[in-house]
Design a protein around this ligand. Structure first.
Ligand code: AMP
Ligand code: ZN
Length: 475
């Protein structure tokens, strides 16, 4: 099936053609582990997962790399000045930088698994690739792209790279218009960036390494160039990240890499739009107020409801998060799960009709392959549930495929629902349910409601069915 992707570099939807037949090298920028990931970061990770699953379902062998940024990321927009985010996180949590890197990486991976994101083929930590980053800077130095700022670091001279800023269509000077880059007057050009930062003379950093230029640490962008080339080769197919990364981080990655590898370094650049709040404000880790997946779990939401909300939108459109939107998505998700549970309980599902399977499979896969139109695929999912022209066995086989493609775990949740429904309530709750039925026949609504509340607080729900009141364990 033809795969189409919007390529930030060409600003067009392009047909995907891999460098090596049947294989995809895919690098997605990962988290900076100085704090919990927020649901905005996780939206980006979910889009990576949708992209990867779509490629896999199209038969590609995907090598997926996601870095863990545990060093070299300062608080200014271009990450070259200000406080070190890791050191700041460490003093906030009263732990060492190494401890917080481990802690927040583990927390991130818990969220990753709960959202059913497929683990990457490689998850390199920036601190494990210091040697490769130093080698990258040395190569750029040999090619004449670097200069030193005393007591600061080794910088990249962007005026030496004529294609600088091409990714976002900006010129060298115009590229940063509007960016809040703290002006460093020792830089030759405002867009120049640090490749290697020196440790301050008067303070000991927790993370620092020796280098040909003195003790210090790599600039933020170096890790992604060095690690992607090491793990995917000098040229690879897809590089992704949130929309903020195109302007500085990816622009700088290209500037560091193409003098070494030749252009184009990467064939397709894919950027995912932000998760924002109701007022359009970007959710951000650095302002300290954000929602993690845990906040959703604590309010009783299944992480799959959030994944469903993401899938109802498109990656090139910002997603305005609200609890109302999540409620609506959770209700829609549960509705599908309930109907899949009914399919699974069907006594006479029939035999799979391969022709019909292929027809539905192809149109669903085509929607997602066409620049990741997941919302369109979900419309087909609803139609599939409704139609009486497809038998149950075929529908179930299609849902197995839909779960592989969209990662929404419909079948898993449907099975869990069947299990909890099959569980019988303790005798005292059954007695309460009978008392409630009696209260209802006596039109004593207040008492009936009071009893219902007691049952609910014990973790069960009363569902009135044609056969009478049924007790269902809350999922
Ligand atoms: P960070 O952990 O801040 O390095 O970010 C990890 C990934 O999340 C990057 O690809 C960012 O571009 C992306 N990201 C950051 N904020 C948001 C947001 N509000 N919505 C979606 N993606 C985001
Ligand atoms: Zn990166």
């Amino acid at each position: 099936m033809t795969v189409k992707l919007f390529n930030t570099m060409s600003r067009k939807i392009e047909e995907f053609k891999p460098l090596v037949e049947g294989k995809v090298g895919f690098y997605g920028c990962g988290p900076t582990v100085y704090h919990y990931a927020h649901i905005g970061n996780l939206r980006t990770m979910t889009h990576n997962d949708i992209l990867k699953r779509m490629l896999l379902e199209n038969g590609y062998e995907v090598t997926h790399v996601m870095n863990i940024t545990d060093v070299g990321h300062l608080t200014s927009d271009d990450a070259d000045s200000g406080e070190d985010k890791m050191e700041k996180g460490a003093s906030r949590d009263n732990k060492s930088v190494w401890d917080i890197a481990k802690f927040y990486t583990d927390e991130f991976l818990r969220d990753f698994d709960d959202l059913n994101l497929m683990r990457p083929t490689y998850m390199p930590h920036a601190t494990d690739y210091i040697k490769e980053q130093i080698e990258l800077v040395k190569k750029l130095e040999d090619l004449g792209f670097t200069y030193k700022i005393e007591d600061d670091g080794i910088y990249y001279d962007t005026s030496k790279f004529p294609a600088y800023g091409q990714l976002t269509g900006g010129s060298v000077s115009g590229n940063r218009a509007g960016a809040r880059v703290e002006f460093n007057d020792k830089k030759r050009n405002p867009t120049d960036f640090a490749l290697w930062k020196f440790s301050p003379k008067d303070a000991k950093r927790q993370m620092e390494w020796d280098s040909p230029w003195g003790i210090g640490f790599p600039g933020w962008h170096a890790e992604c160039s060095a690690m992607s080339m090491k793990l995917l080769g000098d040229h690879f197919d897809i590089h992704t990240g949130g929309e903020d990364l195109s302007r500085i981080h990816h622009t700088n990655e290209i500037a560091q890499s193409e003098p070494i590898t030749g252009a184009p370094w990467v064939s397709y650049w894919v950027h995912f739009s932000f998760l924002v709040d109701k007022s359009g404000e970007k959710m951000s880790k650095s302002n300290g107020e954000f929602l993690g997946l845990d906040a959703l779990r604590k309010r009783g939401y299944d992480p799959m409801a959030y994944r469903y909300l993401i899938s109802l939108g498109h990656f090139q459109t910002q997603l305005a998060f609200s609890w109302e939107a999540l409620d609506a998505a959770a209700a829609g998700y549960k509705n599908i799960v309930r109907r899949v549970a009914t399919l699974l309980q069907e006594k006479a599902p029939g035999n799979v009709d391969e022709k019909q399977f292929k027809e539905w499979h192809d149109k669903i896969l085509e929607a997602v392959s066409d620049n990741m139109k997941t919302a369109e695929a979900l419309v087909y999912v609803q139609e599939l549930l409704k139609t009486s022209e497809v038998n149950v066995a075929t529908k179930i086989k299609l849902f197995e495929f839909i779960d592989r493609l969209l990662g929404l775990q419909f079948i898993d949740r449907a099975k869990k629902q069947i299990e909890t429904e099959a569980e019988t309530a303790p005798a005292e709750l059954q007695a309460l349910a009978e008392a409630r039925t009696k209260a209802k026949t006596e039109k004593n609504w207040a008492l009936a409601d009071e009893i219902r509340a007691k049952i609910e607080s014990a973790g069960w729900s009363v569902v009135d069915t044609k056969e009478g009141a049924k007790l269902v364990k809350k999922a």
